[in-house]
Design a protein around this ligand. Structure first.
Ligand SMILES: Nc1nc2c(ncn2[C@@H]2O[C@@H]3COP(=O)(O)O[C@H]4[C@@H](O)[C@H](n5cnc6c(=O)[nH]c(N)nc65)O[C@@H]4COP(=O)(O)O[C@H]3[C@H]2O)c(=O)[nH]1
Length: 862
């Protein structure tokens, strides 16, 4: 059901008026009824009672006059008078008759009727008495007549008059009652009218009050709120108003609320738009891009500060309305225009504006700046132009372009520019029917330098290498760095292969000279692989690949040298890749075995140690020498797990040997840098039960290259366990005697190349002597490697070596051959054997490769 407040104001007013009307009509109808009965009473009074009273009064007068005439008639004797009186009496009688008839027509109540009837009877009796008396007057019986008149007529008249009085009294009584009733009816009617007036007044009052409260006031409030809205006070406008009404006022409220909400939205939108406009204006004003807008009349609409600053415009020219032509003339006059013909320039610009086309152009200013100009025509005429100072950007682009094509460290061309230059060189070669040599080179042991001395030293070294290379090559040649220590030289105009070898040797010599890199003295050498176009290839990729293979060969064949590409190298590289795949599975397939070679203590004449030398039983190739796979294992990161296996297995084997015989295990630099090394050694000793002092670790000088605190700390920790540390291959690497002082080695192993040369080369003998004397003074054992003959043994013994190792005593053999090796060594010491042990089955001639623990080529001494 609808709530009252939800009924519309119109309906409420209609309802109110209806109710008021109903009440008023009811009261009015009642009042009219009262007035009607009043009218009836009044009619009765005037129409009935008053005439009756008049009739009765008339009858009373007629009766009295008739009685008077009758009395006179009794007394007169004059005949004339008698006749007149008779006439009058007849008239009176006639009038009486008329009155009686009139009265009878308006007969009243039964009591009145009865009285009237009594009166009529008495009148009739009176008339009758007179009728009998009057004739007596003319006779002598006048006295009798008089008596009779007094005795009968007069009392009858009196009685009749009495009846008339009674009748009059009754009539008066009824008319008085009717008057009283009329009076009452009038009072009621009057009260009803007043009540109706009062009710109408109250209704009107209530209506007015209601309208004031419920219509006028809200309308006023809405009007006031509208005024406040107009004044901008739109926040608290309708707080006092009821908003739950559903009538016209409610609709007005909600319309107002809707209007206010929409106004608020509009205001918010306008505020946002204004904020946006301000932001845009601020952005436009502060953006680093010069911005200007001209109208169709070529007058300035807007320009920002950057635009004014770009062209150093005076303030007067930056105001809206400034003419485009003035601005341009100012810019030309200020010397910012580069061309020769300013007028023509202006004409061209003007034509561009007329064409209303979007134009993007780069404008070079006389002061060196470059402006990126975008001219954008606007729909209504005019145009918007952005002026972007791209000077720095262009420089950056040039720099980025340089960086994209040059190596960041050395500033040499990188792979991208190398490829471009290679293509140019090959194209030129094709035109001139000449040759181009690709010299691929890298540094020998650069990785070791990097790993041990740190990257800053490595970087400094590479920079110096780049500088030296640039000095060597001709201007039209290209030196590029392809990554790491990988360089390539494109040598143009090669007539003969010797031109390439000359350059290669120059490179090797230049790069092998000592360096001071980041404060460290470093010596490296370089290897070079040469491929020559068009014989070895006609595109850069092929030539590079072939040059790399030649480089690999140069490194494999001793480093610090150069090699030309040969067609079969590809096949060898393939073989190496297969070897790598096999090596990855070798440990899991238990294809490794440790061979041992005895070391003889020259003072006691007994075997003091066996060196553990790893062998790989390859399923198809037979026994593979470590010189073939250790460097590969280093490269592919397998040396750590393989080395751990060797330490564990060697300790286990040695634990079963006679007391006092140690086992020596080779450690590659990579293994030594592994943090797990110490725990591996401890675990191997624990597992085998081998005393720590029966384990010897052989490290090369490269481990000590870095000579960092971490390296020395690791050595100390291993040494503290009781493990012996030997410096292996001494003399082949950097041969810095200072390394011997940096750590208390237990043993120095003099490389076998010195032993071999000792017979012919005095310097080798001198070196052996110097090392043994140094070892003696530092309390270190000195072991001569590679003893193959009794003479060599005698020589090293004479030079003071304390230990000897070589084929004379035994070749490296499996662990099960230990007793046989001990037997043979005793025979050698006793002088029963003076020839080197024969080569065993499957053992191949060892290749001297210079990587990892195999770094002991004779060439390294050079
Ligand atoms: N011509 C000649 N050679 C002799 C003579 N006496 C010993 N040799 C050879 O000289 C090498 C001595 O080992 P190395 O200098 O530590 O040189 C080792 C060592 O640096 C490395 N190597 C061997 N086993 C391992 C290993 O388990 N771990 C690591 N990291 N390197 C190993 O491989 C190198 C080569 O090992 P092998 O081929 O076994 O070669 C052995 C041995 O067979 C001799 O009188 N004449």
């Amino acid at each position: 059901m609808k709530r009252f407040k939800d009924i519309s104001v119109g309906s409420k007013l209609t309802l109110g008026f209806g109710l008021a009307l109903l009440c008023t009509v009811t009261v009015g109808v009642f009042g009219v009824a009262q007035l009607r009965s009043l009218n009836k009473v009044t009619s009765e009074i005037t129409g009935i009672w008053l005439p009756q009273v008049q009739i009765v009064d008339e009858m009373k007068r007629n009766l009295a006059e008739h009685q008077l005439y009758a009395t006179l008639r009794m007394r007169t004797e004059d005949s004339q008078q008698m006749a007149d009186i008779d006439k009058e009496m007849a008239r009176e009688s006639e009038e009486m008759l008329q009155d009686r008839r009139a009265y009878r027509r308006s007969a009243g109540s039964p009591a009145e009727q009865e009285l009237f009837d009594q009166f009529v009877n008495l009148w009739t009796a009176y008339q009758d008495s007179l009728s009998s008396i009057i004739p007596l007057l003319d006779t002598a019986e006048r006295t009798k007549a008089a008596n009779e008149f007094e005795a009968v007529s007069l009392p009858t008249v009196a009685a009749a008059a009495q009846r008339l009085d009674g009748l009059l009294a009754l009539t008066n009584q009824r008319s008085t009652a009717a008057a009283a009733m009329a009076d009452r009816t009038y009072t009621i009617a009057q009260r009803l009218v007043w009540a109706a007036i009062a009710f109408a007044a109250v209704c009107l009052g209530v209506l007015v009050a209601w309208i004031r409260h419920n219509v006028s006031k809200p309308i006023l409030a809405v009007s006031e709120a509208m005024h406040r809205l107009t004044r901008g006070e739109h926040r608290s406008t309708l707080v006092a108003l009821r908003k739950d009404r559903r009538d016209e006022v409610g609709i007005l409220f909600s319309a107002f609320s809707g209007y206010r909400a929409s106004l608020e939205r509009s205001i918010a939108l306008a505020r946002d738009a204004e904020l946006e406009r301000q932001n845009l204006a601020a952005a436009a004003a502060n953006m680093p891009v010069g911005l200007c807008m001209f109208d169709a009349g070529r007058r300035l609409v807007f320009c920002n500060q950057a635009y004014a600053d770009f062209y150093r415009l005076p303030e007067a020219l930056t105001h809206p309305g400034s003419r485009w032509a003035d601005l341009m003339r100012f810019r030309i006059a200020a010397g910012l225009y580069v061309g020769q013909d300013p007028d023509r320039y202006l004409e061209e610009l003007s034509a561009t504006i007329d064409r209303a086309e979007r134009v993007v152009s780069l404008v070079e200013l006389r002061d060196g700046r470059t402006i990126d100009l975008i001219h954008q025509p606007l729909p209504g005429g005019g145009w918007l132009a952005t002026h972007h100072d791209v000077t720095d950007l262009r420089r950056s682009e040039a720099r980025i372009s340089h960086m994209a094509r040059h190596d960041g460290l050395t500033d040499l061309p990188n792979r991208i520019l190398f490829r471009e230059r290679a293509e140019d060189a090959l194209a030129e070669m094709a035109r001139r029917d000449g040759k181009v040599a690709f010299l691929c080179l890298d540094l020998d042991h650069f990785k070791t330098v990097n790993d041990t001395l740190g990257h800053p030293v490595g970087d400094a070294l590479l920079k110096e290498v780049a500088a030296r290379l640039k000095q060597i090559v001709r201007e039209d040649d290209t030196v590029a760095r392809l990554g790491g220590d990988e360089f390539v030289i494109i040598q143009n105009g090669v007539d003969q292969p010797v031109d390439a070898t000359t350059l290669a040797q120059l490179v090797i010599d230049a790069l092998s000279a000592p360096y001071i890199a980041d404060g460290h003295g470093v010596t490296v050498s370089a290897s070079v692989g040469i491929s020559i176009a068009p014989d070895d290839g006609t595109n850069a990729d092929q030539l590079l690949k072939n040059g790399d293979m030649a480089l690999y060969r140069a490194k494999a064949e001793g480093r610090r040298t150069y090699r030309f590409f040969e067609p079969d190298m590809d096949a060898r590289m393939q073989a190496r890749r297969f070897l790598e795949l096999d090596l990855r599975d070798a440990l899991g397939r238990q294809q490794f075995e440790i061979y041992y070679q005895p070391l003889l203590n020259l003072e006691s004449g007994k075997v003091s140690c066996f060196e553990a030398l790893l062998r790989w039983h390859h399923p198809t190739r037979g026994i593979v020498s470590p010189s073939e796979f250790i460097s590969l294992a280093e490269e592919i990161g397998l040396i750590v797990p393989i080395g751990e296996w060797v330490i564990k297995q060697a300790c286990l084997d040695a634990a079963s040997w006679p007391e006092g015989i140690r086992v020596a295990v080779n450690l590659s630099p990579t293994q030594f840098r592994n943090a797990r090394l110490l725990s591996t050694i401890v675990a191997a000793l624990d597992a085998s039960g081998l005393p720590a002092n029966r384990l010897e670790l052989e490290i090369t000088e490269t481990v000590l290259l870095a000579n960092t605190q971490a390296t020395l700390a690791m050595l100390q920790q291993i040494h503290l366990l009781g493990v012996h540390i030997a410096m292996d291959d001494f003399g082949t690497g950097y041969s810095s005697l200072s390394y011997l002082r940096s750590f208390p080695f237990d043993k120095i192993k003099i490389d076998q190349s010195f032993v071999k040369d000792a017979e012919d080369i005095d310097s080798s003998v001198a070196i052996i002597r110097a090392v043994t004397s140094l070892g003696n003074s530092l309390g270190m054992q000195t072991t001569a490697e590679g003893i193959e003959t009794a003479e060599q043994l005698e020589r090293v013994r004479k030079e003071g070596c304390t230990e000897a190792q070589g084929f004379l005593f035994s070749r490296p053999l499996p662990a099960r051959e230990i007793p046989a090796m001990l037997e043979r060594t005793r025979a050698v010491v006793a002088g029963d054997i003076s020839e080197p042990a024969p080569e065993t089955t499957g053992e191949r001639k060892k290749e001297r490769v210079s990587a990892g623990r195999l770094d002991k080529s004779a060439s390294a001494r050079a």
